[in-house]
Design a protein around this ligand. Structure first.
Ligand code: BTN
Length: 269
């Protein structure tokens, strides 16, 4: 990864071009999201990006760990300071990030990639990436969008135990990926969806998300706290919540949690 090359090729106006602040590329860091949070609290400008070749304490959704070995993935966080007009924009921003990353991968690498609610990036029913969106309120509220993307999984790796569930982009394209150019494409798509949210165009984000969803129309099991809900994934609402209908007709609106999709053989992934 080469930060200068990324910055030289970026065609964005906000993301990766923070006024008066500096983008960062770390050899190793605990978590790029934690670093972006520090920068957010100390007043860094919107658009700053934090990249790392390795994370020692990468964080995933729901308190999970995100294994982040040296040079095997893209570990990146973006700091945003949206002027929120409606509460639903927060949930939408998280979905929009998934739409942007999937769009960039499709465009850049011609790979068919799906979105599993909330915003797991899925290829062939296996996870290739995930997004951790964190919102910080206060006098100057800000959002950190963190992306972890598996670029390469070597024969023997820390991800061995998860091999049935995870996949890397290089396994799919069978050739080395230009990470810098992929990062540029992701940031450009992210800026596009961000502008759409800021201009109040929520429908196109929801529409894009639905078009690439691997969750909707499927039988799912959702874990919400210590409750398990089994049903049919009907749709997503305007605020990004997932609507699930149980067999007996009861509908649930999920704002957070984890969803597993029923495979044809009856198992869940
Ligand atoms: C998920 O659980 O699917 C979300 C994973 C998000 C991981 C990324 S890696 C870069 C950024 N820094 C972190 O600590 N987490 C996110």
């Amino acid at each position: 990864m080469d930060l200068k090359r990324i910055q030289a090729n970026l065609t964005t106006r906000i993301i990766g071009r923070p006024a008066g602040s500096i983008n960062e590329l770390w050899e190793s860091i605990d978590s790029t999201n934690s670093r972006a949070k520090q920068l957010g609290e100390s007043g860094s400008s919107e658009g700053v990006i934090i990249l790392a070749r390795q994370q020692t304490h990468g964080r995933g959704r729901l308190g999970r760990q995100w294994i982040s070995p040296l040079d095997l993935g893209i570990y990146m966080s973006v700091l945003l300071r949206p002027k929120i007009q409606k509460a639903c924009e927060i949930g939408l921003l998280s979905l929009a990030c998934g739409v942007a990353v999937a769009g960039a991968i499709r465009q850049n690498l011609a790979i068919d990639i799906g979105l599993k609610w909330v915003n797991d990036l899925i290829i062939d029913a296996r996870k290739v990436g995930g997004i951790l969106a964190e919102f910080y309120s206060g006098d100057s509220p800000f959002v950190v969008l963190g992306l972890g993307l598996n670029i390469e999984i070597p024969q023997k790796s820390d991800l061995d135990e998860l091999r049935e569930k995870v996949i890397s982009l290089e396994e799919v394209v069978s050739s080395p990926i230009d990470r810098d150019m992929l990062i540029c494409a992701i940031l450009e798509q992210l800026e596009r969806v961000y502008n759409r949210i800021l201009s109040g165009d929520y429908d196109s984000i929801l529409c894009d998300w639905r078009a690439h969803s691997v969750t909707l129309g499927q039988e799912v099991v959702a874990q919400v706290g210590d409750k398990v809900i089994k049903g049919f994934a009907l749709d997503i609402e305007d605020d990004g919540a997932l609507l699930i209908q149980e067999e007996r007709g009861i509908k649930h609106k999920l704002h957070a949690g984890d969803v597993q999709i029923r495979r044809l053989d009856g198992s869940y992934c």
